[in-house]
Design a protein around this ligand. Structure first.
Ligand SMILES: [Zn+2]
Length: 394
């Protein structure tokens, strides 16, 4: 590592070199805890089953805690997706390597680079402003890429049970598209999946009176579902989309009518709909087609939105200004992309946004991030802390 390697990159390298494939943490949170502990943060490790979580908190003014003061949270995950085909990696995935200003390694962009930027930004901020208005917290999990059962959602349950609230939250997910800070995700669509089993009666194709062909029965209903117009979306969300992802039926023989058909589908939905409306609509359509079926729903996450407020003190405006102060341009707001742990934090009333590095290589082989982007991200996070927590009252 050269002397010119920045603090952020050094820390990112340390984290990436720990092979924390979900739900492993591989000591990443220990590194973070040590750094945060030195700043006076109170660290709480919460282990649920196979998942390690960290809740860390530092008061801006421990001698007089103002319950109405903002609680700022950096949220993220130390786990990474598996490396995939090692032969396709130009450098070993857990041996972080810098080539031409790019840092390569699994988790470089999603999201150990962000974690490093958060920690260094917090260190600098606390050194510059040891007293500030409110609290800085960290909510870190080792199960964001996995089944997300024992991660953020369990920590949130614990905090809710003791009435500990987050006011503002930045999730360090890689939100940027082309250059660092060009996109802030200020919400996410909801996601709901279904596994439907449509029942028929198996038999010989030559005896149509003795069979009920589930493929014939299902096709009109599935066609109608796939063409159904759910909504127009709204100012923040594109129109809700329905996608069939699997259809299975048949025995492989041409002379056998199968006994059943199974289909999997998913909807990514806007705040114009609720999961309850979707369930009712789908089931009433299936009933209209007089199908004999079982359906199993999976509720992956409700949609959330952090709207732009009218006043200057508004969180989204503050973050947007923080980005502009570093990059010189105004970030675009977006709710596109998959779900994130923000969906577990937003329902508590917290204002949640996602802001992190470029997502071009995430979950791919040769995942990478520009070193200068991580340094800029640190400056952006610092500016966010300043915007939210520094007032004249401290
Ligand atoms: Zn991620």
């Amino acid at each position: 590592m050269s002397d010119k390697t920045s603090e952020v990159i050094k820390l990112a390298i340390d984290l990436i070199s720990r092979p924390s494939v979900t739900p492993e943490d591989a000591g990443c949170q220990q590194v973070m805890k040590e750094r945060l502990g030195k700043l006076g943060c109170i660290n709480e490790t919460m282990v649920f089953e196979d998942t390690t979580n960290l809740w860390s908190r530092r008061e801006g003014n421990a001698s007089s805690i103002d319950k109405s003061a903002p609680v700022f949270c950096f949220a993220g995950h130390t786990d990474v997706v598996p490396a995939g085909n090692l032969e396709l990696w130009h450098t070993p995935p857990f041996t972080p390597t810098i080539i031409d200003g790019m840092l390569y390694g699994r988790g470089a962009a999603d999201m150990k680079g962000s974690l490093a930027a958060m920690i260094v930004a917090t260190e600098r901020f606390v050194s510059d402003y040891p007293k500030y208005y409110g609290a800085i917290t960290y909510l870190i999990t080792s199960d964001e890429e996995g089944p997300f059962i024992n991660g953020t959602t369990r920590v949130i349950d614990t905090l809710e049970a003791r009435n500990e609230k987050i006011t503002y939250c930045i999730v360090g997910e890689p939100s940027s598209t082309n250059t660092i800070g060009d996109v802030i995700k200020n919400g996410r669509r909801g996601s709901i999946s279904a596994d439907v089993n449509i029942k028929g009666k198996q038999g010989h194709v030559a005896y149509p009176d003795h069979v009920r062909n589930p493929i014939h029965l299902a096709m009109p209903a599935l066609t109608e579902l796939s063409q159904f117009h759910w909504d127009h979306g709204n100012d923040y969300f594109p129109a809700t989309s329905f996608q069939l992802s699997n259809i299975n039926s048949g025995t492989g023989a041409t002379n056998v009518v199968p006994g059943n058909l199974t289909a999997l589908f998913n909807l990514r939905y806007s705040t114009e709909l609720t999961d309850q409306i979707i369930v009712e609509q789908v089931e009433s359509l299936l009933n209209k087609h007089e199908l004999d079926y079982d359906i199993k729903w999976t509720f992956n996450g409700k949609p959330f939105i952090t709207e732009l407020g009218n006043d200057d003190g508004d969180f989204l405006t503050a973050v947007s200004q923080a980005v502009t102060s570093v990059t010189g341009f105004k970030p675009e707001l977006s709710t596109s992309g998959g779900t994130s742990d923000g969906r577990f934090i937003a329902p508590t009333g917290a204002k949640v946004i996602e802001l992190g590095p470029c997502n071009t290589t995430i979950h791919q082989v040769n995942e990478s991030v520009a070193c200068k982007d991580l340094d800029k991200l640190m400056d952006i996070y610092y500016a966010c802390l300043y915007q939210v927590l520094v007032t004249d009252d401290v």
